[in-house]
Design a protein around this ligand. Structure first.
Ligand SMILES: [Zn+2]
Length: 335
């Protein structure tokens, strides 16, 4: 903590720990952008961001548990994309809250929309219990009908101001689902405004905004995800499967129907064979983590040359619209 007090001022930020300070690589940005230079493991990166890093002037992270808010569009996005990371961070004493901005009411082929929304709400509570989350909030905007409206932006911002997360994970705005794009847009739009005192005055503005990170996606236009923060989640996969298993209406029902693999689910019977159940969940839902481990293997070797490339990886890109991450921030995340 003491090192934070030694930070330089608003415009020229040098990465904490002074590992790269001598290189003089921290650029100066006038006006709207902050720039931080960060070294973790064998990689040195420069991040441009809209909001200032922790400092004497802008505040430092509160003592105690680090807080993470995972803001997904639907009541399973956080689980699928960030579940292994959540398990890992919870093991290290973080507090983690999952959010679904929509009610997920379109996510079933037999249940009515109302029944689906109700079922999914109950299932997310069970998922929260199994993961050990600090809550799984559903904001209730209509599934397949989310737009980055002023109303939604204010709600997302109020919730962030209330929970005061150190890190917010969300979708990129080039993801396949319109709700994912709208969710990413809402978080990006709120990023700077979180610190504007007269905006949403019923919640205290944040001098120190959260670092925002984008969850992984496979898309390449306008460019593919940049692997800024990578987690080895091999050891968390069984616990992650247990979390997914709570959402019966999704992973064994709607999504298996959507993928055309209902026969495989039927073969699982009552799913009392945990190994078979986990094998099924890994086959269809961990494949992306396996692909990411291959896709970002070079970045992993550069950052962690002493560690083997994991089989399953969860990967994030630092957003330019949140707080500029310090070396301390990323080391806190990476452990
Ligand atoms: Zn989704």
């Amino acid at each position: 903590m003491a090192t934070r007090k030694a930070l330089v001022g608003r415009r020229a930020f040098l990465g904490l720990g002074a590992v790269v300070a001598a290189a003089g690589a921290a650029a100066i940005a006038k006006g709207a952008a902050e720039v931080s230079t960060v070294k973790t493991g064998g990689r040195t990166r420069k991040f441009v961001a809209a909001c200032p890093p922790s400092s004497r002037e802008y505040g430092t992270r509160r003592p105690g548990s680090t807080r993470v808010m995972v803001i997904g569009a639907h009541p399973d996005d956080a689980d699928i994309l960030c579940g292994g990371t959540a398990v890992k961070l919870l093991e290290r004493g973080f507090k983690v809250k999952f959010v679904s901005v929509t009610d997920g009411r379109m996510g079933h082929h037999r249940l009515s929309p109302d029944e689906t929304a109700q079922t999914r709400r109950a299932e997310t509570l069970e998922a929260a219990r199994r993961f050990g989350l600090d809550g799984y909030d559903i904001y209730g905007y209509p599934d397949c009908g989310l737009y980055p409206t002023d109303d939604a932006r204010r709600l997302v911002a109020r919730k962030i101001r209330e929970y005061e997360p150190d890190f917010v994970f969300t979708h990129r705005t080039c993801d396949y689902h319109a709700d994912h794009r709208a969710t990413g847009q809402l978080v990006m739009d709120a990023g700077y405004l979180l610190g504007v005192p007269h905006w949403c005055e019923d919640r205290k503005a944040q001098r120190l905004r959260p670092v925002i990170l984008y969850m992984t996606d496979p898309f390449t236009y306008p460019r593919e995800l940049r692997p800024d923060v990578m987690f080895d989640v091999d050891a968390q996969l069984d616990k992650w499967c247990d979390g997914l298993d709570a959402q019966v209406s999704q992973f064994y029902d709607w999504l298996s129907w959507d993928k055309g693999v209902e026969a495989e689910v039927a073969a699982l019977g009552d799913r009392s064979d945990i190994a078979a159940r986990n094998a099924y969940l890994r086959k269809y839902w961990a494949a992306r983590k396996q692909r990411d481990a291959e896709r970002f293997a070079d970045a992993w070797r550069e950052e962690f040359p002493e560690r083997p490339v994991p089989k399953y990886m969860e990967v994030y890109e630092v957003s330019e619209y949140g707080r500029a991450p310090t070396e301390d921030d990323l080391k806190t995340l990476l452990g």
